[in-house]
Design a protein around this ligand. Structure first.
Ligand SMILES: C[S@@+](CC[C@H](N)C(=O)[O-])C[C@H]1O[C@@H](n2cnc3c(N)ncnc32)[C@H](O)[C@@H]1O
Length: 229
């Protein structure tokens, strides 16, 4: 890396990312990689919500490998609302014909195996708030790219932001201030994080926003329902 330039993945890692099935454009992927590289220097695991078929996971895994930490990726592998049959982002090739439901786990495993990055990733298969509720460790990076309803995006934030170490990075995908560009749940979570006083904006590239945890999170409201799905 030259002074002043962002860290970038090796050409073979970038090629594996670009050939993987998924939803992250290359420009945003490079911004995610730079954030992951910076966060990995804290020596703590990097966590992703929204594995899908492993496209963005490749970048977290490579940043983790370089720093000697582990990438964690959470998904129930049954797909988000917009990926179900009949919706815009449905891919019939990731439906398990025996079960009749989406199952992106086999595709994810093939992707990571082909990229040679399997041993740097721990896949957590389950619903994000449920996994967060039993997670005990601190994290260097939390990347939110899961369900895009308000309930899911808020559940991801509430579940995982408390585990992020001070100095760690919160990265949110699909932040669209203009509703004409896309759904606004991730945007509202980004606003919520900034309004909490616990985060400071670091960078923005297309719809990918990077915030640094710089302070304490407000205590949860005592009567707030706990999210487990
Ligand atoms: C937009 S895709 C992730 C795209 C991926 N990061 C990529 O680079 O291609 C969102 C994923 O979040 C998962 N998901 C949605 N809601 C979830 C939840 N509550 N818990 C766990 N996974 C969830 C879906 O199964 C889907 O695979």
């Amino acid at each position: 890396m030259t002074a002043g330039t962002a860290p970038a993945p090796a050409p073979e890692v970038l090629a594996a990312f670009e050939s993987a099935k998924g939803f992250m454009p290359t420009g945003e992927g490079l911004a995610l990689y730079a954030a992951a590289t910076e966060a990995a220097a804290l020596g703590l695991p990097l966590l992703e919500v929204g594995t899908y078929c492993g496209r963005s996971t490749i970048l977290l895994a490579d940043a983790a490998r370089t720093a000697g930490v582990t990438a964690l990726t959470v998904d129930h592998h049954r797909g988000s609302e917009e990926q179900q049959p009949g919706w815009e982002y449905h891919d019939p090739s990731v439906v398990d014909p025996e079960v009749g439901l989406m199952d992106t786990l086999p595709s994810f495993r093939r992707t990571l195996h082909a990229a040679g990055l399997e041993e740097h990733v721990v896949a957590l298969v389950g619903r994000s708030p449920q996994v967060a509720a039993v997670w005990g460790g601190r994290l260097g990076l939390v990347f939110i790219d899961g369900g895009h309803t308000d309930a899911h995006a808020n559940g991801d934030y509430e579940g995982w932001a408390p585990h992020l170490a001070v100095g760690g990075l919160l990265v949110i995908h699909d932040v669209f201030p203009d509703p004409a560009d896309g759904g606004q749940a991730p945007y509202r979570v980004w606003l919520r994080a900034l309004a909490s006083g616990a985060f400071t904006e670091v960078s923005a590239r297309e719809s990918l926003r990077v915030l640094r945890r710089t302070g304490d999170l407000p205590a949860p409201e005592p009567d707030a329902p706990s999210r487990t799905h």
